[in-house]
Design a protein around this ligand. Structure first.
Ligand code: G6P
Length: 465
């Protein structure tokens, strides 16, 4: 079996601790199972020029990480990746802040990653690159002469060409994806959008529904919805619900029903909109006042980016407003916490919550939704209220699907979830759980790697430079 080299901007170094973003949650177990190398940024900013890559071996994974320079961090991470690509790929043209300097920083860091990889890559390695930070990486590697099979998986949404084309230099950036062999997306819509871009903007020749002919290579564009470790997470939740931590939380609720939301502090997650919907719910269904507590766990993220600081302020104010307007001396409607929690703590809280509120305005997949389902007690399950704009809505079709832009609709769904009869809860839970067990994290990785390991057809073999 070929050695697997995974590349992502953020590397989940082996440490116990709080839950990270979806990418890290997905890659870590998949890579541990097969073994291989994980290459990327270690989260550190070098004082001067970054030194050589650092290597750490744990179990069957070798972590090879590099520092970023201060200007790389500003222009690549805070700049182009998270102030241009992130908002645009989440359909938020209004929030994109483009500068040519950031774009050159983005390209520079991709070159830096390519030269770091060049130190470790062997001819027969297969390379699996993750997420929007590294769109031009395969091209940078090809320019260095690498002929390896290289795959790319986009964890976040891919908008239609009408939006992609508003990205300055999109022709250079999006077409660079053609240097990969397999391009993986979370949903059918995402894959179709890229396919339309390839056909309409790049004029790449389509060979069949999923394949394009690009520079003499067959490039596959396909759907691989990322999953969670369904059974493992279910077991973890069964244990975690009896821990002192979860018991303390439940004791502090004095018998009230718990609604839970867990998200990075990010505007794509729709947290203020969700808070507004919860306020509507309290206004419209007064019988629930004093009987339900909404716990929102929201670790801070990308805090030096102004739009993230803004969203932090808005959420804080909204929580203060709701608690001021509806709270009692003996009851706080919303508990809002920025502290990150461990996977075990979250698993226990999910199982204990009557309602999981997952209402992003746009989300590639959203693994919190899937973990919430995995964590439920099948005999007495809670109800998932899920945005139709999360990739997870495709599989968790038995959740209460909502439009996060419609606060009244979400308020009604919260009421419906809290009042739902046991039989209906069981039925919805069984459906969602079945789907998530079938398409779990292991299957995601297996399917992607199987596609990547298929050698190119002989007549399309790479043309030697
Ligand atoms: C999302 C992205 C990941 C990213 C994570 C955390 O899940 O898809 O690529 O790693 O958020 O964000 P951060 O900027 O802290 O890496």
């Amino acid at each position: 079996m070929a050695r697997l080299v995974v590349v992502s901007n953020r590397v989940g170094l082996p440490k116990s601790g709080a839950r990270a973003g979806g990418l890290e949650v997905a890659i870590r177990p998949a890579l541990k199972k097969r073994g291989g190398v994980w290459f990327g940024w270690n989260g550190r900013i070098a004082e001067g020029d970054p030194g050589p890559a650092q290597t750490l071996r744990k179990d069957n994974v070798e972590y090879v990480t590099v520092d970023l320079r201060k200007d790389d961090y500003e222009e690549f991470y805070n700049g182009f990746a998270n102030r241009v690509l992130w908002p645009i790929l989440h359909y938020r043209l209004d929030l994109a802040e483009f500068s040519r300097r950031d774009l050159s920083g983005y390209l520079r860091v991709n070159e830096y990653f390519a030269s770091g990889l060049a130190q470790i890559l062997r001819d027969d390695d297969i390379v699996w690159v993750h997420d929007y930070h590294l769109m031009p990486l395969a091209r940078a590697l090809r320019e260095r002469g690498y002929k390896n099979r290289i795959g790319f998986f986009l964890h976040i949404p891919c908008p239609p060409p009408e939006i992609l084309t508003s990205l300055p230099n999109h022709d250079r950036l999006v077409s660079a994806l053609g240097a990969y062999d397999v391009l993986g997306f979370q949903t059918e819509t995402d894959a179709l959008n890229l396919g339309r871009y390839f056909s309409n903007e790049c004029r790449f020749k389509r060979l069949d529904d999923e394949t394009f002919l690009i520079d003499g290579r067959a490039v596959r564009v396909s759907v691989f919805p990322v999953g969670v470790e369904t059974e493992t997470f279910a077991r973890l939740a069964r244990r975690a619900v009896d821990t002192a931590f979860v018991r303390d939380v439940l004791d502090s609720l004095s018998g009230r029903a718990m609604i839970i939301g867990v998200d990075r502090l990010d505007y794509s997650k729709g947290i203020p909109e969700r808070m507004n919907a919860f306020e509507r719910f309290l206004g419209q269904f007064p019988d629930w006042r004093g009987k339900v507590t909404y716990l929102q766990i929201t670790p801070r993220s990308r805090s030096s980016i102004p739009e993230y600081a803004d969203i932090g302020r808005v959420v804080g104010e909204t929580v203060g407003h709701i608690n001021g307007a509806y709270g009692e001396a003996s009851w706080t409607p919303v508990r809002y916490i920025n502290k990150a929690h461990s996977r075990t703590a979250l698993a226990g809280l999910y199982r204990a919550a009557r309602v999981g509120l997952v209402t992003p305005l746009r989300d590639g997949m959203n693994l919190v939704a899937k973990e919430y389902v995995a964590a439920q007690n099948p005999d007495d399950p809670g109800v998932l209220v899920l945005s139709r704009f999360a990739g997870a809505a495709q599989e968790c079709a038995a959740a209460l699907l909502v439009n996060p832009y419609d606060p009244e609709g979400v308020a009604i769904a919260i009421n419906k979830a809290l009042a739902m009869p046991l039989a209906e809860r069981q039925e919805r839970q069984a459906h969602n759980f079945r789907v998530l067990r079938q398409n779990d994290l292991g299957r995601w990785a297996e399917r992607f790697l199987a596609a990547l390991e298929v050698p190119p057809e002989p007549q399309l073999a790479p043309v030697r430079a």
